[in-house]
Write a protein that binds this ligand. Structure first.
Ligand SMILES: Nc1nc2c([nH]c(=O)n2[C@H]2C[C@H](O)[C@@H](COP(=O)(O)OP(=O)(O)OP(=O)(O)O)O2)c(=O)[nH]1
Ligand SMILES: [Mg+2]
Length: 128
């Protein structure tokens, strides 16, 4: 089981999504920014590190929004999604093919990683 953390970065009724690069697993699909927790790190530390590495932003991490598990052919993921806000910087496209600030109503226009399905349902149902 691989521990993955991701951020539900929100601002003015929109949230931030990123498109995975083609050379990576699940390339071209949309995701919440984040990545794998490294040994010795807390989940919160991992999330701050990933947001700095991938987007060059500083974030404030709030509470857990939802945890999900998903089995891919190559990887079993335990994904913890945190509510968070950008506190420093503007996202830069360092490791992604694209990104977008979207509303809950716009979710169907994007093809997300399969593990994100339950999360997206909750966002559509309850908001964030
Ligand atoms: N970041 C992120 N990963 C997700 C989401 N949904 C989902 O299935 N995943 C999967 C895709 C990857 O196979 C796995 C790990 O994420 P990742 O590729 O971002 O990990 P990482 O940034 O540490 O990248 P790497 O060093 O392994 O290349 O989790 C999501 O919403 N956000
Ligand atoms: Mg990542």
């Amino acid at each position: 089981m691989t521990e993955v953390v991701a951020a539900l970065l929100h601002e003015n009724g929109r949230f931030f999504i990123c498109q995975r690069p083609l050379h990576k697993a699940r390339g071209g699909l949309w995701e919440f920014p984040g990545g794998k927790v490294e040994p010795g790190e807390t989940k919160e530390e991992a999330l701050k590190r990933e947001c700095r590495e991938e987007l060059d932003i500083g974030i404030a991490v709030d509470k857990v929004y939802l945890e999900v598990c998903h089995v891919y052919p190559d990887l079993t993921v335990h994904l913890t999604l945190f509510l968070a806000r950008i506190t420093e910087g503007e996202p830069k496209q360092l490791e992604h093919m694209g990104f977008s600030w979207i509303t809950a109503q716009e979710i169907p226009a994007y093809e997300f990683c399969p593990a994100d399905e339950q999360i997206l349902e909750k966002i559509r149902r309850e908001g964030f």
